[in-house]
Design a binder for this molecule. Sequence first.
Ligand SMILES: [Zn+2]
Length: 340
Amino acid sequence: MAEHIIKFEKLGDVLYTTSMITLSQKLNLIEACFGKYYVSGDGKNSSIVCPFCKAKGKATSKKKLSINIETGVYHCWVCESKGRNIGSAAFKFSSNRVNAKKLSEAYGGFKKAVEEIIEEHVLLPEDFKLLTNLNNRGSKKYKYHISYLKDRGLTTEDLHKFCIGVSDTYEYKNSVIFPSHDVAGNLNYFISRSINKKSYRRYKNCSVSRKEIIFRQFNLDFKKELILVEGVFDLINAPINSTCILGSWLNEDYLLFREIVKNKTPVVLCLDPDARKKSMEIMKLLNSYCVPARLSLHNNKDFGDMNKDEIQYFINNAKPFDFAQSVRYLISNINSGSMF
Ligand SMILES: [Zn+2]
């Protein structure tokens, strides 16, 4: 392939790189990065097998990701992933680094493509079924899924409230799936829990980073006191305006943290007792942003193992951050030797 010519234009103080490259050269680069393409009748768009769909386990040979050959703007008709420079998708998915770089340069620049925020959409498994929508046959088929949840104390109402579902796909067939939706009601995340006690991986998160989402955000009011728990099961008996942080850490890197700071949302931190040291750190951090925070001091059970009354008791008795208390806590841990 002929090397494309790169022309530098000085515009104000900014140096722009514009590449002069023909449509057929662009198509060659697309093929080098993503494999075979198809060109639309009018010759303006090319389509490829969507790498985002592929990464989400949607086995398909249909070319559903459409690229404007001239501008590089792309969009998938199945998963709705989109962006301004197809080179950014090449960076994410193609093993052909040299051509991924050339492709991104062809559409406005290497640096821009690397930094581009790709609008990616979360997809539930195609055959996702809500447990509360199953007919008699379905209820029999998924009886182990249902009894797993009942054993963990979930009622039919909980299954409904948390939109818990199942799938027969290889990855999720022995799991229950908890979807999460953003403020607009769009799916923003899901997490699955294996119902098999021997499973080496109990939880599976979807491909989106948990830092970038707020679990069940549609359900939350940041103007009111917000309860923070660790995992989805801790959320079941928690009162309204609770969310889980899907782990035991929270800081400025998390959208949830930034939303709390922005709204000065009063917070009650209710992580598991074994995460007390991390809880102290988070309390300190919230305090440094002038967020009114209280810490639940439950020390025997996780919220996931408590009933609604027990949880309410600990929330009511949660204590505000107190520097002296945190020092006492650290000293008592140093003395008991469990600090490091
Ligand atoms: Zn797609």
